[in-house]
Design a protein around this ligand. Structure first.
Ligand code: ZN
Length: 205
């Protein structure tokens, strides 16, 4: 994707995410790999009101070369690109249902959500829970790094999901699938439920 198209796509998808209530206020951030570096949403910017011309442009070493300063959570994105060479885009949201699940005491931290649907298994797969760290703590980046090589999607405890994809559409589709699955999981809690069996999951992977 060329840089102009990437800038427009980030703003269009940001508005779509914001307008559907998938992240609120100035939370959530998006990055896309482009020739010579990355485009990233700016710090304190609402995904609902992004300006293509003001997106942060970082060079290959992560230095700001144009636009507004990048999100303070840029390290979450950098870790994904560094650990997963096939990454073309990263999306991080404070999406309500995923955050709710990230706060539950009894989830399996090695795989937070059960295999409810085939699409969740195919687009997200195993979802590890990254322990809580305060915002800005560099230890969070290192904790995410520990999972990023094996997982393109992680859930930060009491915070929200981070998802990498080969391109922006793939990353957005996966994080939306994750959020919908978190919503279904909360709806089904307490009800006797048939999840996909290990054999059915294996067939999809
Ligand atoms: Zn965040």
């Amino acid at each position: 994707m060329n840089e102009t198209k990437a800038r427009e796509a980030i703003c269009a998808i940001g508005a779509s995410i914001f307008n559907r209530g998938l992240t609120a206020g100035s939370s959530g951030n998006i990055s896309v790999r482009v020739e010579g570096g990355w485009l990233m949403t700016p710090t304190n910017a609402s995904l609902g009101r992004l300006d293509p011309a003001r997106l942060a442009k970082l060079d290959d070493s992560g230095r700001l070369i144009a636009g507004d300063p990048p999100t303070k959570e840029s390290f979450l994105h950098r870790v994904m690109y560094e650990e997963r060479s096939d990454t073309g885009a990263v999306v991080h949201l404070h999406s309500t249902h995923s955050v709710a699940v990230s706060c539950l005491a009894e989830v399996d931290p090695t795989d937070v959500l059960p295999p409810i649907t085939a699409y969740y298994v195919m687009r997200v797969g195993r979802l590890p829970l990254v322990p809580y760290y305060r915002p800005g703590d560099i230890a969070l980046a290192e904790a995410v790094r520990g999972f990023a090589g094996r997982h393109h999607a992680v859930l930060l405890a009491n915070h929200g999901p981070v998802v990498a994809g080969a391109n922006l559409d793939a990353a957005v589709n996966a994080i939306e699938e994750l959020e919908e699955t978190a919503r279904l999981y909360l709806m089904l809690r307490g009800a006797k439920t048939r999840f996909l069996t290990p054999a059915q999951v294996k067939e999809l992977l």
